[in-house]
Design a protein around this ligand. Structure first.
Ligand SMILES: Cc1cc2nc3c(=O)[nH]c(=O)nc-3n(C[C@H](O)[C@H](O)[C@H](O)COP(=O)(O)OP(=O)(O)OC[C@H]3O[C@@H](n4cnc5c(N)ncnc54)[C@H](O)[C@@H]3O)c2cc1C
Length: 484
């Protein structure tokens, strides 16, 4: 059994934990990061693969982001951190070629023309603007209304709106049902919830949707959230931070107990190792915190909150083809569909590599619930067939994929789902700031505590900095680029 004393213990080596650790290292504090998995990154996972060589050529290597992948121009904290770690970016949504839109039973192949917005969601909004102006006009009116409602409270405090009780008593779906009448507006609002939360609008409180819009700085900025990707994969950022932290990161043992008293904290791992410190920063998503025994027990409000923040349901899939067959036929790889189990597909090939061609797509929310306990092979067959069904009307028979990768986040013991925890009706107004309020020497971080870019990588980074700030005050974090 190991025993060690440091200034600060950090639980979790995702972006939040590593951002906090990086700040502590810069300030010459002693710390340790305790990680359950045998890797860093948490909900960021870049996987490397090879395809066997054809004839005398070397095997083809490629990578995929099985977890988070996109960042946006206004996500200043993750961008600054990626810059510092020398991880460059590239355009995260294909710019050239036709986009396939399947809407109300019709199959369209559309060109974005000169109007080339960066984000994957901005592109489908532009398609509606160009081709379905009646539906688009209603969508825009509803968006303006949502933006106005999302301005009705201060940063991070949705419960402070005079309308909070009303908005927190209904789901986002109830608001859509009452206000959206065109199929296009309904489709776009539904798609935006799937892409943002891996949840249906019936899973979330309307107030949570407004909070989410608010903390992204408004809907225009939110539409651009899927704009850039990180070269080499998003996990490069946590990997490079961890390399700088050296053996201050301990892998492969979950924290099982946290003892919190007037003298300090004692953190016990599943293998019996014990760490002591002045404070602990816990970055584990709220839904998983019940895996840790707290002594004394956490306040009742905190324990109840942890039962009320479910994780979204996402299965991220990649289909790998010898070449990008869609590009060869003039398609961008982007597909938006209101009738398939894959509502959104994009070209996720590696930059500057013409082979293999990689399509990235998600099974979300309701489909995941139906498929979550099925064998992986059944999911692979379903998505391969869906891609064939979508492309065949346009280009006839398409090649079979040479590999199909499926990542079921709800199977991940140390994530419990994806993309993040969310608030169903009644939680924001009932529990208010509980998700962020420290309990004596226990401080909470993780993207679920962020007041800007909640649920995103950017929110995770900010939350790590904020936790350090909470402990040591502005002398440490005053120079962080936290503004939008
Ligand atoms: C499929 C998918 C797609 C996404 N897409 C995007 C995107 O495009 N853009 C974007 O910005 N964000 C995206 N996200 C969200 C983004 O990945 C997260 O917001 C961010 O990575 C969260 O970081 P975190 O440090 O707060 O939490 P985590 O990454 O979850 O880190 C928490 C860490 O705690 C560890 N842990 C858990 N329990 C214990 C324990 N008992 N003891 C010790 N360690 C423990 C976990 O293993 C994990 O490493 C996506 C996520 C997923 C899964």
């Amino acid at each position: 059994m190991n025993k060690q004393k440091v200034d600060i213990i950090i639980v979790g080596a995702g972006l939040a934990g590593l951002s906090a650790a990086k700040k502590l290292q810069e300030q010459a504090r002693t710390f340790v990061v305790l990680e359950a998995r045998d890797r860093v990154g948490g909900r960021l996972l870049t996987e490397q693969f090879s395809l066997p060589s054809k004839s005398l050529d070397a095997p083809t290597h490629y990578w995929i982001d099985s977890g988070g992948q996109w960042i946006s121009p206004t996500q200043t904290s993750i961008r600054a951190l990626a810059d510092e770690m020398d991880v460059t970016t590239f355009t995260g949504a294909p710019d050239n070629g036709k986009v396939i839109l399947i809407f109300k039973g019709e199959y369209y192949q559309l060109n974005l023309g000169e109007d080339k917005p960066t984000g994957c969601f901005s592109k489908v909004v532009t398609l509606f603007k160009q081709n379905f102006s009646y539906d688009y006009n209603e969508f825009q009116t509803l968006e303006l209304e949502l933006d106005k409602m999302a301005n009705d409270f201060s940063d991070g405090q949705p419960w402070g709106s005079p309308n909070a009780k009303k908005w927190d008593s209904i789901t986002a779906q109830a608001w859509i049902d009452a206000n959206a009448h065109t199929e296009g507006a309904k489709f776009l609002l539904n798609l935006s919830c799937l892409l943002a939360f891996a949840a249906t609008p019936s899973d979330l409180s309307l107030l949570h949707l407004l909070f989410y819009i608010h903390c992204a700085g408004g809907l225009t900025k939110l539409h651009n959230a899927l704009a850039y990707r990180l070269n080499g994969g998003a996990q490069e950022v946590p990997k490079r931070i961890a390399a700088q932290l050296q053996d201050n990161v301990k892998y492969g043992n979950p924290v099982s107990k946290i003892i919190n008293n007037a003298e300090g904290v004692k953190v016990i791992l599943s293998n019996g190792d014990v760490y002591e410190a002045d404070h602990v920063i816990v970055t584990v998503p709220p839904a998983l915190q019940a895996n840790i025994t707290f002594s004394p027990p956490l306040p009742a409000s905190r324990r109840q909150l942890q039962q009320r923040m479910p994780m979204g349901s996402s299965v991220k899939c990649h289909l790998v083809y010898e070449t990008p067959f869609w590009r060869e036929k003039g398609y961008s790889g982007l597909v938006y569909s209101d009738e398939h189990v894959l509502p959104f597909i994009t070209d996720n090939s590696n930059p500057q590599q013409s082979s293999p061609g990689i399509l990235g797509c998600f099974l979300e929310a309701e489909t995941v619930r139906k498929m979550m306990d099925k064998p992986i092979e059944e999911i692979q067959t379903l998505i391969t067939k869906t891609i064939e069904d979508i492309y065949q009307p346009f280009i006839g028979t398409i090649p079979k994929p040479v590999a199909v990768h499926v990542m079921r986040w709800s199977d991940e013991q140390w994530s419990g789902g994806a993309y993040a925890g969310m608030m169903p009706p009644g939680v924001w107004t009932g529990y208010q700031n509980t998700v962020r309020e420290s309990v004596n020497r226990i401080h909470w971080a993780g993207t679920e505590t962020a007041t800007k870019w909640f649920a995103y990588m950017d929110g995770a980074v900010r939350s790590g900095y904020n936790a350090v700030d909470e402990i040591y005050g502005h002398e440490i974090c005053s120079d962080d680029p936290l503004s939008n």
